[in-house]
Design a protein around this ligand. Sequence first.
Ligand code: F6P
Length: 321
Amino acid sequence: MIKKAIAVMTSGGDSPGMNAAARAVVRTAISEGVQVYGIYNGYKGMIDDDIHELTSRSVSDIIQRGGTFLGTARSMEFKTPEGRQKGFQNLQKHNIEGLVIIGGDGSLTGGSLLSKETGVPIVGIPGTIDNDVWGTDYTIGCDTAANTIVDAINKLRDTASAHRRIMIVEVMGHTSGWLAVMSGIAGGAEYVLIPEVKFDIPDMCRELKEAYDNGKRYSIIVVAEGAGSGIEIGKQVEELTKIDTRVSVLGHIQRGGSPSVEDRMKASMLGEKAALAIISGASDVVFGFNEGKVVSINLFDAVNNTKTLNPELIRLARVLA
Ligand code: F6P
């Protein structure tokens, strides 16, 4: 059992719903009579002792906001054992006996190393729009980001149809095509190009040309950034099809915005679970969702395995195109 204090931090790329998760951690800890600190600006803040006590009021008026009120960063220093020791000393200085980390793969890897080297209890909450953390169907922010992309596709569809164009939409996802596939299915895209599956641009262009010759007015092609540059693919497509082609790179717009109900709810549920777990003395677990239910995953399994994209989704994207 933790008697003194826990801390909560966000790390890596922000995602909509991180605030809801941190809020749930803070309010659960306080209702359990445990002091709670916020570590500001990720692992950098842990090293710099940017650590401050939080109250219930500190997390008012944030559930509806994207980003993270705690700030986030990518710290090179924390990748070294010396950096992690510095961070650990600052945790000890504040009598912090357990840490809840909200972040993606890289952030949870940092937590697993800290736990291994110092023994500080760590509980993780997966937070990234990429939905690429092993062992969980869901990571905080993926739903809002997918909705943002679908909203953009709806708008691009209007103008693509008006001009009989091909519209390429580049979305985030360096190694994971989850966002591309989800938004491709929900946005009714003709093609979804992802890093996990080989594709043949000349083949696709032949099909597109044939469809336009038969009266098709427009096409939407969603490209995950890890599958190639939307701009380069757009050039190739226009050259091979001779059909007017435009490219929209959605970029960091996908990371912002007010979190969806799903992200707020799931983040709140995971935040409560994580706080209760760390207070009760658990360590090296990540809380996620599997088939709609909260599950706990071993932290080392989560960071040492690579999540694969559900082949059913890939198939569905193809069938419905
Ligand atoms: O990991 C989340 C993510 O949004 C990726 O999809 C994207 O490739 C990357 O972060 C962008 O990172 P940065 O904010 O450093 O540009």
